[in-house]
Design a protein around this ligand. Structure first.
Ligand SMILES: Cc1cc2nc3c(=O)[nH]c(=O)nc-3n(C[C@H](O)[C@H](O)[C@H](O)COP(=O)(O)OP(=O)(O)OC[C@H]3O[C@@H](n4cnc5c(N)ncnc54)[C@H](O)[C@@H]3O)c2cc1C
Length: 410
């Protein structure tokens, strides 16, 4: 397949301006591609709780020259407390680790999802064109190019289209088919939202635990800042609801997440006023192929690992690096570029997804309830907490630096 060169630069459309889309845009602009990003939200979508940059994603962030900025903007949580979701009383606290970020002495970085998006957006700088508040409506490809129409913007012709539009990917739906074919439901639902820092957390995480499983997690970077909260429930079967109707989703979580104690009721009450609200089932994206002709998927759109290990962000950063590198190396032969992209990543993705699948089927054990409050750091209990260091799947990254036009020194 021959690629058309438009003023010597390949014209690429990326759908989705989050972790996968912005990371891919960063690398492709460094390799000299002409990038347009369409994002459904009015700007970089705010919201989300903490995500983690771990393992090979740390190496990619270092190559991008943003690891230092990511560390500066990290959550810097000092520790966590575990609260009995029935009695509402604290049963354990530690300054050594958090449930979401792991041990403080690990090299991993925990950062709020939208803080990471902002770092990536700044790194792309003005090298990409953005179409906000819009979405792709049709995609028609032939041997020469891809014709794309949008809900609002004028139709355009691109050399290739990259779907980085998340677990419910629009590009995947249009080009590959309905969600049901590719989404593996893992039995849980989560709402992630911003609320006032009612519990006055200061660089602290508070976990509400019921029968060994966290049902709500609140974190706040500072006492004065808002709290980012996760509230979840399990459901054996997937539920029918309108994915675009936020009020209906708030009603659903209010009904289904049990009011185990007054503190959980308060969280639900505060959730009603939240403007940054994200709700979805916990899923994985399982696909045999991530590319079709001139269309390719990256991040959750092609291979979501799921929220259960917090690993999807690192996988998306790594996936973006490999996809962009292979495109830079084989820009005149898309079949080889996409084939290599899959070859480099497939095993890494399968291992990550298997681990997350196993974890989500076990209760997410935090800490045995000892029946008494421990105000001191407890090192005895920490062995029961998940060690995310163990969930890092290694990957030897190929070096694509010879294709950089104006990139950072690697
Ligand atoms: C608001 C939000 C909050 C999240 N919170 C957490 C969290 O707390 N913890 C966690 O582990 N993971 C969270 N995630 C998921 C996490 O960001 C991803 O699993 C991971 O970072 C991989 O990112 P991604 O870029 O592939 O997908 P996503 O981060 O899901 O990004 C997809 C992007 O595509 C955009 N988009 C969707 N549909 C369209 C369309 N039709 N046209 C154009 N653009 C579109 C979305 O607005 C979004 O910007 C959240 C995602 C979102 C969107």
């Amino acid at each position: 397949m021959e690629l058309i060169r438009n003023e010597k630069r390949l014209h690429v459309l990326i759908s989705g301006a989050s972790i996968a889309g912005l990371s891919t845009a960063y690398w492709l602009t460094k390799y000299g591609f002409d990038i347009t990003i369409v994002e459904r939200a009015a700007h970089i979508r705010p919201g989300g709780q903490a995500v983690d940059v771990r393992g090979p994603a740390l190496e990619v962030a270092e190559k991008m020259g943003i690891l230092g900025i990511i560390r500066e903007n990290s959550t810097k949580l000092k520790g966590m407390s575990i609260v009995d979701a029935v009695s509402g009383s604290e049963i354990y606290s530690t300054h050594e680790q958090t449930l979401t970020g792991g041990r403080h002495d690990s090299p991993d970085v925990e950062i709020l999802r939208d803080d990471l998006c902002k770092v990536l957006f700044d790194a792309v700088d003005n090298h990409a064109k953005y179409i906000f508040n819009d979405t792709i409506v049709t995609i028609d490809q032939d041997d020469q190019a891809v014709n794309v129409t949008f809900a609002t913007a004028k139709p355009q012709r691109f050399d290739l289209v990259i779907g980085a539009d998340g677990i419910r990917s629009n590009v995947r739906k249009i080009v590959f088919g309905a969600d049901e074919q590719f989404i593996r439901y893992l039995g849980h639902y989560v709402a992630i939202f911003t609320m006032p820092n009612y519990f006055e957390l200061d660089h602290w995480e508070m976990i509400f635990q019921y029968e060994g499983t966290p049902v709500a997690v609140c974190i706040a970077k500072e006492k004065e800042s808002e709290a980012r909260t996760y509230l979840g429930f399990s459901s054996e079967l997937p539920l029918e609801y309108d994915h675009r109707d936020i009020d209906a989703q708030k009603r659903l979580i209010t009904e289904r997440a049990t009011d185990l104690c007054g503190k959980i009721s308060k969280i639900k009450e505060l959730m009603q006023g939240s403007s940054n609200f994200y709700f979805d089932s916990v899923n994985q994206t399982i696909m045999d192929n991530w590319a079709k002709g001139r269309i390719v998927l990256v991040g959750d759109a092609g291979y979501s690992v799921s929220l259960s290990l917090g690993q999807s962000t690192s996988v998306a950063i790594v996936g973006a690096y490999v996809l962009a590198g292979e495109l830079a190396a084989h820009h005149d032969d898309l079949r080889t570029a996409f084939g290599n992209y899959e070859k480099e990543l497939r095993e890494y993705i399968i291992k990550n997804q298997s681990l997350a699948f196993e974890t989500s089927n076990e209760p997410q054990q935090t800490q045995e309830i000892p029946g008494q409050t421990s105000e001191e750091d407890s090192t005895t209990g920490s062995a029961d907490l998940p060690d995310f260091g163990l969930s890092v799947i290694p990957l030897v990254l190929k070096n694509y630096s010879q294709h950089l036009n104006n990139g950072p020194q690697l």
